[in-house]
Design a protein around this ligand. Structure first.
Ligand code: 6PG
Length: 253
């Protein structure tokens, strides 16, 4: 019997600082529970600016001491096909913000092959996932996502919906800001995590948040993120949640 899609849990916190803390707490719990229950954890990170404050928290107490880094494997939801030291690199930002400052074994950090040709890079990362998860579709313990005000998530852009319909675990895409080639996980992977969390900050996202969470029709990629049997959480700061009905949200700190 297929497991039902659970309704998303919507948690609103006061500001970007509290959002970073809520994200770090969620990251710590998902990773610690996975290592305790299954001996290891696999998390996939998104890029952009929103997760950076959370990532920096992970490199300091209490998180740096409490997270079982030796049991964690880090993957990426998407990345731009640029050099690691390019300011647009999601891996480069995560490396600078926390990976270079926590005791995670280097071989457990799995950046996307962004210097390959796009199609080859997508195939190569799918192989990397197969090496870790085996041939069944990957089940991450945690997938962290953001949204753009245009309604994209990962590097799944609304106007490219046709390209997302296949069984591929990893796709290449062109678009976004910066408008470059990217590699991105696709729905067959994004819809199987044990915990999937959107982290959204700022008044500039409020209209899209309302459309995604209150709209009747499915028009945007984040609305197609409905993890089978997994937990779906929306972590919002108050400015991003300002257009949502009060009774829709539980208030965090
Ligand atoms: C990317 C991200 C992307 C991001 C949103 C939000 O590589 O661009 O993974 O999906 O989550 O664009 O970005 P901000 O946090 O910068 O608004």
């Amino acid at each position: 019997m297929t497991k039902k899609n659970l309704k998303p849990k919507i948690i609103v916190v006061s500001d970007a600082r509290q959002l970073a803390k809520a994200g770090a707490d969620l990251f710590e719990k998902a990773v610690a529970d996975a290592v305790k229950d299954r001996g290891r954890a696999a998390a996939a990170l998104s890029g952009g600016s929103t997760p950076r404050a959370m990532n920096r928290l992970l490199a300091g107490p209490p998180y740096v001491d409490r997270i079982p880094w030796k049991g964690l494997h880090l993957f990426w939801v998407d990345d731009r096909m640029v050099a690691v030291d390019d300011p647009a690199s999601n891996f480069g930002a995560a490396r600078d913000d926390f990976i270079s400052r926590v005791p995670i074994p280097a071989q457990q950090v799995h950046p996307m092959p962004v210097l390959d040709a796009p199609i080859c890079g997508a195939e190569r990362y799918a192989l990397e996932l197969k090496n870790y998860f085996g041939s069944k579709a990957p089940v991450f313990d945690l997938i962290l996502l953001g949204i753009g005000s245009d309604g994209h998530t990962a590097s799944l852009f609304p106007h490219q919906a046709e390209a997302h319909q296949g069984p591929e675990w990893v796709l290449s895409a062109r678009g976004g800001n910066p408008d470059v080639y990217r590699l991105t996980l696709n729905y067959p992977v994004l819809n199987r995590a044990r915990t999937t969390a959107f982290l959204v900050s700022g008044r500039g996202k409020a209209e899209m948040v309302r459309t995604l969470l209150c709209g009747d029709e499915v028009r945007y990629p984040p609305q197609r993120i409905r993890p089978e049997g997994g937990r779906l959480v929306w972590l919002l700061d108050r400015p991003a949640a300002t257009l949502l009905p009060e009774d829709m949200c539980s208030m965090g700190e």
